[in-house]
Design a protein around this ligand. Structure first.
Ligand SMILES: Nc1ncnc2c1ncn2[C@@H]1O[C@H](COP(=O)(O)OP(=O)(O)OP(=O)(O)O)[C@@H](O)[C@H]1O
Length: 677
């Protein structure tokens, strides 16, 4: 065995990188030379030309990174084979791989092999990368029995100061994360994990892996990522494009269910009730109870005769349509044809065989259409919901035995609008409108949905997301301890049931990659109160982090915040100033007066300018992270929520956003649960 010096190894790997770059350029030139005009017709030529243009663009090299970040030498039936692993596949002129895609089956061993189960991997090499250059490498000899040292490159990646939007973690995906990423398309997973355990990262990489592995199916049916607000989606939105996947839709729950403009806000009590799963049955009944009962026969004049179908036969036909389990509107469309069929039977019995076209004509005739429309009226979600929320009798008929009278009273509008069009809908109403829309017409399903921060959705919202994956699968990410809505999930089994996935797999991630030890220990003091039984993450960070608690005189609170932010800006990395929502304007003014340039996040937008300092109202901090965080007045953050537990959960979210340092500035006493320890 020869041992090479580190310089020789690095030189050889750099040469391989140059070779891979040459091959990528060759692939791009060859794609660019393909001629779309050879297609059989102009339409095909236009499609082909689009495909080729996308292919050429996808073969563009990203100069800020390298074509591979790892290598493994693996024993196989053909001897030892070497694979370089990168974000995309590169092959040589014979079609042999020069770099294999991290998502290819062969790459699995790179992520999963260990000293206890080497999977034939004799050597795993990770590279240090800087601005498109290979700067270092780290070897593990898995089959030699040698114990692997802790990876310095992983540590460097985890410890790096955060700035700008979230990055991919493709070079350092951990084995327990990889199991989630590469789970089969048919499997619906629920990932419970404490803050910073990589749930979001894992969900996004799973979407990329699924698209690679099941491209044909998923490009047709689509993949959707659902997150809590726009600021969050902007934070995570660059990850999939950096992995070459530009066609994944990202949406907030609100955008997904935007059946109308939200112009009203419900009290927590009303919102809780509107989000309750019992509403699904109330709405189902409300739709179907509009079906009429035929009392008169269907009468159809035709030529000199009048044909009659008795009401009882019409009823049987309607019952048969209901039993078929069709959506209301689909069955409604069929009724005239079924009635025409009954008329045809009579015509045929009398010796008249007018043919199929006559059946269509009968179905479209005015008497049949009018008769069918009276029995099976056209409905629309807004009119139906407005009626339920305005009309005590209509609601009582649908909610009988499901909602108490007091609940029905709570649900009803105190001042009903004059018409459905004038209704002022709330966010919770959107999920009800969505349910109604689906009862009338089936909502199209996507191939896969990744639902992040799922603990915050009401049962009715979960149903709405679930129906968008009814013929596909779903990856659900969340943390029960971070639930901050009055309807937050208390059990994943229940939540997965609402999503239509009672059969699912629950995975728990517990290694924390974001929050350093000192900070997580501080935040975890809240856990026994907010989520008894749920553990804190085990921080994998080397750096214990910094925790500063600054007690300021009330008159000096803003000044203390400005000082803390000023100190934080002295180092590289992002700074998040997380404040009670009601303090946002005042703190913004204080920062401006002190000349501290900052962005301001809110539920509708992130910061497109990507500034070092971001001012973040506590209610939208979920899912975000900053290198250093200044939290202002924890007790006011907690007090802004409707109850103590929700308040402390909000605080837990806020305190777990920091990667290297947390400063807490307060004038009021800290919440009791934080003081202990
Ligand atoms: N394997 C990994 N290698 C390097 N960094 C990682 C790894 N896994 C996670 N991280 C980093 O840890 C941080 C937290 O990840 P992420 O936001 O996905 O966690 P989360 O569980 O969704 O957190 P939260 O519940 O607070 O939203 C991110 O900066 C992410 O890039």
């Amino acid at each position: 065995m020869t041992t090479s010096s580190p310089d020789t190894v690095l030189a050889a790997e750099r040469a391989h990188l140059e070779y891979a770059r040459d091959q990528l350029r060759r692939m791009q030139a060859s794609a660019a030379s393909l001629d779309a005009s050879t297609a059989s017709d102009p339409l095909n030529a236009a499609v082909l030309s689009g495909v080729l243009a996308r292919r050429v663009a996808s073969l563009q090299e990203d100069p800020s990174t390298t074509l591979f970040f790892g290598r493994m030498d693996q024993r196989s039936a053909h001897g030892s084979e070497t694979f370089h692993i990168g974000r995309r596949h590169v092959s040589d002129v014979r079609g042999d791989p020069v770099v294999v895609d991290w998502r290819a089956p062969v790459s699995t061993a790179f992520y999963r092999a260990s000293a206890t189960d080497p999977m034939g991997v004799e050597l795993r090499r990770r590279f240090g990368v800087d601005q498109g250059r290979l700067t270092a490498y780290e070897d593990e000899h898995l089959t030699s029995g040698e114990r692997s040292a802790r990876s310095a490159l992983l540590a460097a990646e985890v410890e790096r100061p955060r700035s700008g939007p979230m990055r991919d973690i493709v070079s350092t995906i951990q084995p327990e994360q990889d199991e989630v990423v590469r789970s089969d398309l048919g499997r619906s997973l629920c990932v419970q994990g404490a803050p910073g355990t990589g749930k979001t990262a894992v969900g996004l990489h799973r979407a990329a892996w699924l698209l690679y592995s099941f491209r044909g199916r998923l490009e047709r049916s689509g993949v959707l990522v659902v997150g809590p607000n726009r600021a969050f989606l902007e934070h995570v939105g660059a990850v999939l494009p950096s992995l070459g996947e530009v066609r994944v839709r990202h949406a907030t729950v609100d955008a997904l269910l935007a059946h109308d403009t939200v112009r009203a806000e419900d009290s927590p009590q009303v919102a809780l009730l509107k989000g309750d799963e019992r509403m699904a049955e109330v709405l189902r009944r409300a739709v179907w109870q509009d079906l009429g009962r035929p009392r008169e026969p269907l009468v159809l004049p035709r030529g000199a005769r009048r044909w009659q179908v008795p009401a009882s036969e019409v009823q049987d036909e309607m019952d048969a349509l209901v039993r078929r389990g069709l959506r209301y509107s689909a069955a409604r469309e069929l009724l005239p044809r079924r009635l025409a069929h009954l008329v045809m039977l009579r015509l045929e019995r009398s010796g008249d065989f007018p043919g199929d076209r006559a059946q269509e004509a009968i179905a479209r005739s005015a008497p049949v259409r009018a008769y069918a429309a009276a029995l099976w009226p056209a409905l629309d979600p807004a009119t139906l919901l407005a009626r339920l929320l305005s009309d005590a009798d209509a609601l009582a008929a649908a909610a009988d035995g499901l909602l108490t009278e007091a609940e029905q009273h709570t649900l009803r509008w105190s001042a009903p609008p004059r018409s459905a069009r004038a209704a002022r809908w709330s966010r919770a109403d959107m999920a009800l409108l969505d349910e109604l829309a689906d009862l009338l017409e089936r909502t199209p399903s996507l191939g896969h949905v990744v639902l992040d921060e799922a603990q915050d959705l009401s049962p009715m919202q979960l149903r709405a997301v679930g129906r968008r994956a009814s013929t596909g699968s779903i990856t659900v990410l969340g943390d029960l301890a971070q639930g901050t809505t009055p309807w937050a999930a208390t059990s994943w089994r229940e939540a997965m049931g609402h999503l239509g996935r009672p059969e699912h797999e629950l995975v728990v991630l517990d290694r924390g990659f974001r929050v350093p030890g000192l900070v997580i220990d501080f935040a975890a003091r809240l856990l026994p109160v907010i989520a008894p039984g749920l553990g804190a993450p085990r921080s994998v960070r080397d750096n214990p982090g910094r925790l500063d608690i600054v007690a300021a005189d009330p008159a000096r609170r803003s000044a203390a915040v400005v000082e803390a932010v000023g100190a934080a800006t002295g180092e590289p990395g992002s700074v998040g100033v997380i404040v009670p929502d009601a303090f946002t304007d005042a703190i913004a003014r204080a920062l401006e007066r002190a000349g501290i340039a900052h962005g301001r996040l809110d539920a509708d937008h992130g910061d497109d300018e990507d500034r070092q300092v971001e001012l973040v109202p506590a209610s939208i901090a979920k899912g975000l992270e900053f290198d250093r965080v200044v939290v202002v007045e924890p007790s006011a953050i907690a007090a802004a929520e409707p109850d103590e537990r929700t308040g402390l959960r909000r605080l837990y979210v806020v305190l777990t956003r920091a990667v290297s340092g947390l400063t807490v500035v307060h004038s009021e006493p800290l919440p009791g649960a934080l003081g202990a320890g």
